[in-house]
Design a protein around this ligand. Structure first.
Ligand code: HEC
Ligand code: HEC
Length: 412
């Protein structure tokens, strides 16, 4: 009730919060987000201590000072900032009610807290929304690893009937008819006119590029683990160091697949994770690659910011991190349904970790949290719509009237 009162007060003072205001002025940033630095050609390039280390592939697994895989960077500050508006804007969906951020909410580690995301139809879709932190480094996207670029991947959510349910034509049309977007596209693609584009022209390529530019700016490589890896021993507590040592031991073998510094080797692996009651086995990578040995195989997920993105596994199969970690010590193939002959990965075996060791691994995973380069969530959008947020997003930004609205709605 209190929140409802606050909402009414806001409404009285400020008028309708969601009304489009044609006089609103939007300007794109001229600065790179904090993980990136401007180069001589005006493009943002990754800046990280990890770039000083040698390649990932000529060091033992679990090594602290291992390099990163290739990164998507080289976008301009304006393109990244335009992508930020597009990412949060429900205008991109068929019914103008769902944005990328509705399922990839910054307050929930760029996921949505759901076992299976809910899109335009209101029905749960097959799998859970992965975090988008560090997606700039991934060579294989989606749980089944079937998409090879961020551009290719986003066609799924943008146009699938059960996700954002848009169409390429209406997407271009809605953005082109908007009061602000044409000027913002002109700013973001300034100097591009010679290449067959009109100034401010809104094309699918430009929309996709801006979204990729924003996604690729979500870098998280400054956790306490990273400080430790760079040589600051005191950055981790004793229990966390114990956990790290279990994690990279040959007994537990976690680092064989969750290889630092990204905590994924980006391979498909068959684990035999149990589906929740009543759910049929997800064929995983086999369905898209056609390779039967990949039945129930999934791309190894990164574990960065993993404490923020419960529930876990491809469809929220486990509610807590402790249960997830305990899965690995349940015995090789213990949860494989009868009649299935899965080709389990050779590093999935029976390490018989003690309860204490499992607790320490969970402690260690907590040290992989870093949201210091969190982008700003727009308060107003060029469309005048409220930025898309996950249903149970606990919004804590100051000045966000939307937080009040969301709580008021829950109270009803
Ligand atoms: C309805 C919820 C929903 C919306 C809206 C949505 N996504 Fe997703 N996203 C998901 C789910 C679920 C997956 C995993 C699907 C799978 O692997 O089968 C996913 C996967 C991804 C991935 C792959 C991440 C990885 O680790 O492989 C990227 C990148 C991504 N989404 C970006 C976007 C962008 C950009 C938008 C907006 C254009 C968007 N998503 C809109 C739910 C959503
Ligand atoms: C053979 C490769 C492999 C090994 C070894 C491995 N994992 Fe995984 N891990 C995966 C794959 C693949 C998934 C996703 C499986 C799924 O969704 O069904 C996963 C998922 C996870 C998740 C859930 C992540 C999320 O975002 O939902 C956690 C946590 C995790 N692993 C921790 C560990 C720990 C701790 C160890 C060591 C005890 C370990 N893993 C060993 C491949 C591996």
């Amino acid at each position: 009730m209190l929140q409802l009162g606050a909402l009414l007060l806001l409404l009285l003072l400020g008028g309708p919060l969601w009304a489009s205001d044609a006089n609103e002025h939007f300007e794109l940033s001229t600065h790179c987000p904090p993980a990136l630095r401007l180069d001589e050609s005006g493009r943002c390039r990754l800046y990280s201590q990890y770039l000083n280390y040698r390649s990932l592939y000529d060091r033992g697994v679990g090594g602290l000072r291992t390099g990163l895989p290739a990164v998507r960077d080289g976008f301009t500050p304006a393109q990244i900032d335009l992508g930020r508006y597009l990412f949060f804007d429900p205008l991109l969906s068929g019914n103008s009610d769902i944005a990328c951020s509705s399922c990839h909410d910054p307050a929930l580690g760029f996921s949505d807290g759901l076992a299976q995301s809910i899109g335009a139809t209101g029905e749960p879709i097959k799998r859970s929304a992965p975090s988008l932190w560090n997606v700039a480094f991934l060579e294989k996207l989606l749980w089944d690893g079937s998409k090879r670029s961020l551009e290719e991947q986003m066609l799924g959510p943008l146009y699938a009937d059960d996700e954002m349910a848009g169409s390429p034509e209406s997407l271009v049309q809605k953005l082109s008819e908007n009061d602000h977007y044409p000027a913002l596209f002109a700013e973001a693609y300034d100097g591009d006119e010679g290449k067959g584009h009109r100034e401010g022209e809104i094309t699918l390529d430009r929309i996709y590029t801006a979204l990729v530019a924003f996604e690729s700016s979500l870098i998280s490589l400054n956790s306490r683990y990273d400080l430790y890896a760079h040589g600051v021993h005191s950055a981790l507590t004793e229990p966390e160091i114990e956990g790290l040592n279990v994690f990279r031991s040959f007994v537990a073998r976690c680092a064989e697949c969750h290889t630092p510094p990204l905590f994924t080797n980006q391979q498909i692996a068959v684990l035999g994770v149990p589906e929740k009651m009543g759910r049929p086995l997800d064929p995983g990578a086999a369905a898209t690659s056609g390779d039967p040995s990949q039945r129930a195989g999934f791309r190894v997920p990164s574990l960065r910011n993993v404490v923020l993105t419960k529930p876990y596994m491809h469809a929220g199969n486990f509610d807590t991190l402790r249960e997830t970690v305990a899965f690995y010590t349940g015995g090789r193939g213990h949860a494989v349904p009868e009649g299935e002959d899965l080709k389990l990965h050779w590093h999935i075996w029976d390490p018989q970790l003690t309860d204490q060791e499992l607790d320490r691994v969970v402690d260690f995973l907590g040290a992989l949290t870093d949201q210091s380069f969190m982008p700003e969530i727009p308060v107003t959008l060029p469309s005048g719509l409220a930025p898309g947020r996950a249903a149970d997003s606990t919004i804590s930004e100051t000045g966000s009237a939307l937080a009040v609205m969301a709580t008021a709605r829950d109270d009803d």
